[in-house]
Ligand binder design. Structure first.
Ligand code: FAD
Length: 251
């Protein structure tokens, strides 16, 4: 059966759309530019390569605020645990030493996924039938034809489908994909003006033999007005590998 719908982008949004179409019995195909699924979701092992429990993309979800996300985590049988925040916080106001403040409990509690957030991507991909995903396939152009849409890819393929679902950050969509007929200028401008959430952030993970900060009553959480790491949190995995992660903001 030829796909009725082409999904562009294999991040959380594209894969969630794929799962919804699969459950509705609508034939689809998904193309992803990179050689892996997940997009901004990337969990690595302690060496920084391969799939592991250290998140370089998102770490947290909040089931009360993201109910469908929370429901899928439960439905897929993915175990989750609360972000550790027992202990004091360090705050560096200027270039001087950091000051210590008593624990501030976060509400709602941030939840983490056992095995890293990429476990969710693995579960979503597993819920799809075989052969519906093409990696290393970059969409470059969408053109209306008499029955639907021709999607051109960077390697020169033209895929003709009835409908397209674009699951890219709007700014990337405006920069990467041409349209025939062209999109109204106001729509392109809106896409260009829509910031990509967390795009200027980078995460660094430091793995330790033991969680030494807990031994002195610290939570591992720190904030700095100086940087380069403006936020630090405990990143210890569900199975107890001690770690901290820090976040940098570029721009
Ligand atoms: C450091 C960091 C920390 C974050 N922390 C959190 C958090 O704790 N909690 C939270 O809820 N959110 C967090 N976020 C945000 C969260 O990661 C994103 O909202 C979410 O992953 C977006 O998923 P998406 O599928 O919409 O987009 P993306 O993940 O950006 O997926 C888009 C996909 O499209 C592909 N693509 C791009 N161009 C093309 C093309 N032309 N053709 C084909 N494919 C293409 C990309 O390779 C990518 O795989 C964080 C983000 C970052 C970067």
């Amino acid at each position: 059966m030829s796909p009725q719908v082409l999904i562009i982008g294999g991040g959380l949004s594209g894969l969630t759309a794929a799962r919804a179409l699969h459950l509705a019995g609508i034939p689809f195909h998904l193309i992803e530019a990179r050689d892996r699924l997940g997009g901004r979701i990337l969990s690595v092992d302690a060496t920084g390569s391969g799939v592991g429990a250290f998140d370089l993309g998102p770490s947290w979800f909040w089931p009360g605020m993201q109910p469908s996300f929370g429901d899928f985590v439960q439905e897929a049988g993915i175990a989750s645990f609360s972000q550790r925040d027992e202990g004091d916080l360090l705050f560096q106001r200027g270039h001087g030493p950091a000051q210590r403040y008593p624990r501030m409990r976060q509400e709602p509690v941030s939840m983490r996924i056992c095995g890293g957030t990429a476990a969710l991507i693995t579960a979503l991909a597993r819920s799809l039938p075989p052969g519906v995903i093409s990696l290393n396939t970059v969409a470059t152009h969408l053109a209306l034809n008499s029955t639907g849409i021709d999607v051109t890819t960077a390697d020169g393929q033209v895929l003709s489908v009835a409908q397209v679902m674009v699951a890219l950050p709007p700014r990337l969509l405006a920069a990467q994909i041409g349209f025939d007929p062209p999109m109204p200028a106001a729509v392109t401008r809106l896409w260009q003006d829509t910031p990509t959430w967390m795009a200027p952030h980078a995460k660094f993970v430091a793995v330790y033999d033991r969680a030494f900060w807990r031994e002195v009553g610290l939570s591992g959480a720190a904030r700095s007005q100086v940087g380069p790491l403006v936020e630090i949190h405990d990143a210890t995995t569900a199975d107890g590998q001690a770690a901290l992660f820090g976040m940098c903001h570029f721009g």
